[in-house]
Design a protein around this ligand. Structure first.
Ligand code: GLN
Ligand code: ZN
Length: 746
């Protein structure tokens, strides 16, 4: 048996974020377009050569982009938003569509399936599809000139149309419009020597796939008719695909994810659903996480798969866009390094497997096997937990808690509060950077944070808010902050991944059992409380969000990791309570975005999310008021889970969803405290008193007044100090007026 190796896409970002820095410098007029082009060309080439040097039989080309590969495809086919149609199709247009400019708003950004990557939504209104500047061909030729054995990557027509919006044509007609354009591009690539073309169709792993089969068949039969299907590998990832259906299409091959498919892809293969004369791109190494693979298990899988395909490639389960570039410059203890594998190391693993399978050359394989085994046996992965000993239900029902909380807090009608953060001013960021780089002492930094807290407690008192916050000045990021302080988490130096455009995030890595060992937020919160008689709300990030915005462990069930985090947060909740904090908010902005791709897994996900949140928050006494926050209002089918969280108060974003804001609350009798965001913090505009009053009154039509809170949509860290002061003053005045009116009419 002989197998080959390939890859589906490589991170664009560059090991030290060179890509981001070059693009942003260009936006800020610090470098010219030529300089940008040169830097990016070098980066592109070094990515290709790096992959080639890892002995791949075929290196992907076309995954590299100046912003987003879906936007590249839109430009390639001239799917340009109406408001930008009078312009030349070039890179400046690309950036303007992505970011907006003085006269026109940007196109929408949407989450790429269940990842934290975001793509630019193609807009079909009034478009004149045609093939523009064929950059894919250029890049392919560039690879050839470097003697890199490359295969072009392009997003397929079914996925492209499914992710786009607007236009009068039906879904099918949009696909039909694009087919000849695809044929033109595919032909150009085949003529240039491409024998394999990876055509990404991840939409075919979603619940939508079944209803798309007819048009999928039509499209790929048309490609066969035009004699371009002979090079196409239909690539799926993130979930299972319908192997029998795709195998019957007249294409060269099929790419399947054998990591995130819940075992179903392999099952279908073993059922004989795969046509063995076709090429199989087998996604056996996880393209979404940072862990070293169990090479022994992977080798067994390869042996199994090789019985079902005569042309077998092994590759990551998806593009490596979702993982950092390399471990090279990390300073890590050896026992942790053993377990990690970023994009570059994943390519090494593929090569080790190939050598072991093809040539019985097991040197690299044996080393990886030993490392994997060592890592799995680490003490930090084998702590004991007693999940049962922690309460996952509040002692009393909300109706009883509400009474004792009110006795203690003595809040007015329509209480006002904020979501937690105040402006991360340039000064705040500078002090933190100075402290991190050891330019100022721990003591000086602590003093700075305290001064800032004091200033903002006074501001909040002057404005007249009812429940105050300390302002989160000590936090860089609501997940990384906790990752730095809890056992079991690792914060890397260069573990960046692209979130959207030039924006990158550095998710912490959960490598071991999670443990709370020392207070995380007590100092700042207690200090803030010492300055005022008003209640100060403690501010924590919840277990579901911490897990979802980290690289998670996969050697134990996800729900176990989530519950471990929940126990850690529970410790902090109890520590805050013990220190006299009466209101504690546990944010869960990522709860909804973590929903699995397929509906059949939603119920299980939500039940586990609710359980973890309750594990984190239910041990407090009845008098302690638990808040939560989410940055969206379209709860739809998850509204019941939101209610099940049993938080005393939830604050949610609503101001951008206008009239339909509370639709989801109509089919459920929402009977817990709720703060509907009354103004949009994403805009620098100061709301008027009328606007806020209207927003409150609209909410009151749906929600009982005794449950209603008045607050902004989200945290205020991105706003300027003056804006925040002005907006909160208006907010408090509106609430006061409404209280006064209520007194007068009674
Ligand atoms: N408490 C956080 C803040 O105010 C919440 C942020 C969020 O919802 N993403 O910034
Ligand atoms: Zn928010």
């Amino acid at each position: 048996m002989t197998i080959k190796t390939t890859n589906l896409g490589f991170p664009r970002l560059g090991h030290k974020r060179e890509w981001k820095k070059a693009i942003e410098s260009y936006w800020n007029n610090k470098i010219t377009k030529d300089e940008l082009d040169n830097t990016l060309q070098q980066l592109h080439r070094s990515n290709l050569v790096l992959q080639q040097n890892h002995n791949l039989d075929s290196v992907p080309v076309g995954d590299f982009s100046l912003y987003d590969h879906i936007l590249d495809t839109s430009l390639l086919f001239n799917i340009i938003p109406t408001r930008f149609q009078d312009r030349d199709v070039d890179d400046d247009l690309l950036f303007d569509i992505a970011r907006g400019n003085k006269s026109h708003v940007a196109s929408a950004l949407v989450k790429w399936f269940n990842t934290n990557y975001h793509y630019i939504v193609p807009e079909w209104d009034n478009v004149t599809p045609r093939v523009n500047h064929n950059r894919l061909l250029e890049r392919f030729n560039e690879a050839k000139a470097l003697n890199v054995n490359a295969h072009p990557v392009i997003v397929g027509p079914i996925t492209f149309v499914a992710l786009s919006k607007g236009g009068d044509q039906s879904f099918e007609d949009k696909v039909r419009t694009l087919l000849p354009l695809y044929v033109e591009v595919l032909q150009s690539l085949i003529q240039a020597g491409a024998e394999l073309i990876q055509i990404d169709e991840p939409i075919l792993v979603t619940d939508q796939a079944a209803e798309l089969e007819a048009i999928t068949r039509e499209a790929y039969e048309a490609f066969a008719e035009a004699d371009v299907a002979k090079a196409l590998v239909i690539q799926t990832y993130f979930e299972r695909a319908n192997v029998k259906f795709l195998s019957a299409l007249p294409v060269k091959g099929l790419g399947l994810d054998f990591v995130h498919d819940h075992g179903y892809n392999l099952q279908q293969i073993e059922n004989g659903d795969f046509d063995r004369s076709k090429t199989l791109f087998a996604g056996i190494i996880d393209g979404r996480n940072v862990w070293a693979a169990d090479v022994e298990a992977k080798k067994a899988l390869i042996e199994k798969l090789s019985q079902y395909s005569d042309d077998l490639y092994i590759n990551p389960s998806s593009s490596l866009l979702h993982v950092p570039v390399s471990l090279e410059d990390e300073t890590l203890e050896d026992d942790i390094r053993d377990g990690l594998s970023f994009a570059t190391e994943k390519l090494e693993t593929l090569d080790a497997l190939k050598r072991a399978v093809n040539d019985n050359d097991t040197e690299a394989y044996d080393r990886l096997h030993a490392q994997y085994t060592r890592f799995q046996n680490q003490a930090f992965k084998n702590l004991e937990y007693d999940f049962e000993s922690v309460r996952a239900e509040r002692a009393s029902a909300f109706s009883e808690r509400k009474v004792v909380q009110q006795q203690r807090l003595n809040l007015p009608d329509l209480p006002t509060t904020t979501i937690g953060s105040f402006p991360q001013s340039p000064e705040v960021r500078k002090q933190r950077a100075d402290w991190k780089n050891k330019r100022i002492s721990d003591e000086a930094y602590r003093q700075f944070v305290q001064d800032e807290i004091k200033r903002w407690i006074e501001i909040q008192e002057d404005i007249g808010l009812d429940v105050l916050v300390h302002g989160e000045f000590e936090r860089n990021d609501m997940v990384e902050f906790f990752g730095e302080k809890l056992d079991g988490f690792l914060v890397t130096k260069f573990g960046w991944v692209q979130s959207y455009g030039s924006r990158a995030v550095k998710p912490p890595i959960i490598y071991g059992d999670v443990k709370w060992t020392a207070p995380l937020t007590i100092d700042e919160t207690v200090y803030a409380q010492s300055l005022t008689d008003k209640p100060v709300k403690g501010m924590l990030t919840g277990p579901v969000t911490i897990l979802n915005w980290s690289f998670e462990r996969v050697d134990i069930p996800r729900s176990t990791v989530q519950d471990q985090i929940a126990l850690a947060i529970n410790e902090e909740v109890l520590a805050l309570e013990k220190a006299g904090i009466q209101v504690i908010q546990v944010d869960e902005p990522a709860l909804r975005e973590g929903l699995p791709l397929r509906k059949e897994y939603h119920e299980d996900y939500l039940a586990k999310a609710v359980h973890s949140f309750k594990l984190a928050t239910s041990s407090v006494t009845d008098e302690t008021q638990i808040h939560t926050h989410m940055c969206y209002s379209q709860f739809g089918q998850i509204i019941h889970a939101i209610h099940d969280l049993d938080a005393d108060v939830i604050s949610i974003e609503t101001s951008r969803s206008h009239g339909d804001l509370i639709k989801d609350f109509e089919d459920i009798d929402y009977d817990l405290g709720i703060g509907l965001g009354v103004y949009d913090i994403h805009s620098p505009r100061i709301p008027t008193e009328d606007e806020i009053t209207t927003a409150i009154e609209r909410g009151l039509q749906q929600i009982d007044r005794s449950l209603f809170w008045v607050n902004p949509d989200c945290g205020l860290k991105t706003r300027k100090e003056d804006e925040v002061k002005a907006a909160l003053t208006v907010l408090v005045n509106s609430a006061r007026k409404l209280r006064q009116e209520a007194v007068e009419t009674n």
